[in-house]
Ligand binder design. Sequence first.
Ligand code: 13P
Length: 361
Amino acid sequence: MRLDENLVQPVKTADMHATVAALLTRGKGLLAADESFGTIEKRLKALAIPATDENRRAYRELLATTPGLNDFISGVILFDETIREWTSLGKTIPELLQDEGIIPGIKVDKGAVPMANFPGEKLTQGLDGLRERLAAYHALGARFTKWRAVFTVAEGTPGSPCIEANARLLAIFASLSQEAGLVPIVEPEVLMEGDHPIARSEQIIHVTLSRVFDALLEYRVLLESMILKTGMVLAGSECPEQPGLDVVAERTLRCLASAVPGAVPGIVFLSGGQEAGLATRRLNAICAANHGPWTLTFSFGRALQAPALSLWRGYPENIEEAQEALHERARENSLAVRGLHPPAEQREQFQTSVPKRRQSV
Ligand code: 13P
């Protein structure tokens, strides 16, 4: 067998190319609505919304039925519970999304668990039975998948055993996903919690991405049929020296250029706990300065959902307002990926409210 032989069936490759092209439609991005039970419970409880089955279902239905969502959103990442859910409209969530021309995707990892012998480090689990689950998700309408590895920045972490093991897990996930004709979103997330300077984030993201791409190539993953999901290069959230937009853009693009092969068609950013508006302004700065070969866009969870969730608060009478807020966040991020943010009506307020840039480390 030749090493360059394409083992994924041609028809699946063609399907994945079509999915990649649709997900990366210019001016559109992804909505990450794939919070696991624990995470959605945390988000709901933070707003004193009871974390019941019914509230989770109602909230996900609110997101999926937002009028005009497809203006700016090409795909939605779902959680196992949601992809199987029947809505009050008598259709499943994937069916509602497909009706709107939005591609349903699915988180297939089973979460990050503590790594034995490496305090503070985590490995992502979920490979057992994955081949069978992928076939079932395809039948339920999913056309892309996501697997998230998580790296904590602290003294001595992340270490190479953690990076190495997570890179291999991501590569095995991606190869199985492509075998099933599903476009893998490969997500090695370096957390922004900590007081480290931006230079440390850049170095760690560079090392993790480099190792992940080595593993993807070793495991014969088709780079042109996958999407990378990463964080922006930022200073730790507790770092007293927060760099300006241009420094974030420059370091993020430099890091991607040094670690991501040009064959990768698209890179999508997670928001990672940044305030929603700030995530959008940084996205705009990065996309406006991008001369790389990839399409860059967003795959935000909190930075798209937060205003909508706090407006909804579990009350049916707030659904319309919450959906408008989600639509507006999606619109602003759509402008950002085209380097056109802030919208004209916000320009004056933006110019007066943005703190002066500080020199980065
Ligand atoms: P956030 O944008 O809230 O970080 O979520 C994106 C995501 O999918 C994390 O896995």
